[in-house]
Design a protein around this ligand. Structure first.
Ligand code: PAF
Length: 284
């Protein structure tokens, strides 16, 4: 595969995208924070179905990290990321500096409600989605992409972005891509590199617990009992649980007690050691 074109300014991105458009190509955007794994690469393959030209962005976005979070130690592997992207069918990489995205005097942030304020990630990372929505809006506008793809692993993020695009009338199609898992079920994540050997061996329990909980939903057990039992199982295994929640798959609000399994999503966030993991599955 040819090396992707490296673009590090917004104007270079726009010139590249205009040229692709002139050639009649639909442009697809794969936003990432780098430290790529197979989950990210699968996003390139998903978007290929809808776009003749693909740009991946690599930008560790400071505004989505709280001061207490891991911005400075977030894994960065730019050269390896470029290698990986040259092995899949990626045409360009947009990798701006922080000063390009947030020049001195930058003063705007997107204010969110709806799926961004349902008491899941937002409860534990109150400033996170404002940072995500602001950077994603910028990337969508800068690239003027026809289509963009986000992993279902960050399920609430995907819902927030769909709402953002609807509310701001952005002319882009948002695709959700299935979570890619390790053989033992652990959802792939750039943060998995933080896990020690012992933590890595218990980490798949999150997915296993969600699967058992989904089974209980299908069996008709009360939702609050399922959430309690799943949370207790993770706590017993050494996790510090932020939430295990059964939610409406669209709105992420609490569902009616008799909601059908096909309309629900099971979501969890828990810390093992100092690493916070999130995961989610459908209940059907
Ligand atoms: O999911 C991510 O990697 C990030 O939140 C995103 C969407 C690239 C925005 O920085």
């Amino acid at each position: 595969m040819p090396q992707p074109v490296l673009l590090d300014t917004i104007s270079a991105l726009r010139i590249w995208r205009n040229a692709e458009r002139r050639d009649g190509k639909r442009v697809g955007l794969v936003p990432t924070m780098g430290a790529l794994h197979h989950g990210h690469l699968s996003l390139v393959n998903v978007i290929r179905e809808e776009a003749e030209s693909v740009v991946a962005s690599i930008f560790v976005n400071p505004t989505q990290f709280a001061p207490t979070e891991d911005f400075s130690k977030y894994p960065r592997a730019f050269e390896r990321d470029l290698e990986l992207l040259s092995e899949v069918d990626c045409d360009a990489v947009f990798a701006p500096q922080v000063s390009e995205m947030y020049p001195d005097g930058f003063s705007t942030a997107i204010s969110l409600a709806g799926p961004a304020t349902v008491g899941l990630e937002d409860k534990f990372r109150p400033t996170h989605f404002t940072g995500v929505a602001t950077v994603v809006a910028k990337l969508l506008l800068q690239s003027n992409a026809d289509v963009a793809v986000f992993g279902e692993k960050d399920y609430q993020q995907l819902a927030v972005i769909r709402q953002l695009v609807r509310d701001l009338d952005l002319r882009v199609t948002i695709l959700g891509a299935p979570t890619i898992r390790e053989e033992d079920g652990l959802a792939m994540s750039s943060r998995n590199v933080y896990l020690t050997g012992r933590e890595r061996s218990v980490a798949p329990l999150i997915h296993q617990t969600l699967q058992e909980a989904a089974e209980a939903v299908r069996a008709g057990m009360p939702f609050d009992a399922i959430e309690r039992e799943a949370s207790a199982a993770l706590t017993d295994a050494g996790f510090e649980v932020d939430y295990v929640a059964i939610r409406d798959a669209e709105t992420l609000r609490e569902p009616a007690k008799d909601a059908a399994p096909g309309t629900l999503r099971l979501l969890a966030a828990a810390k093992i050691g100092s690493t916070r993991l999130i995961d989610n599955i459908a209940t059907e």
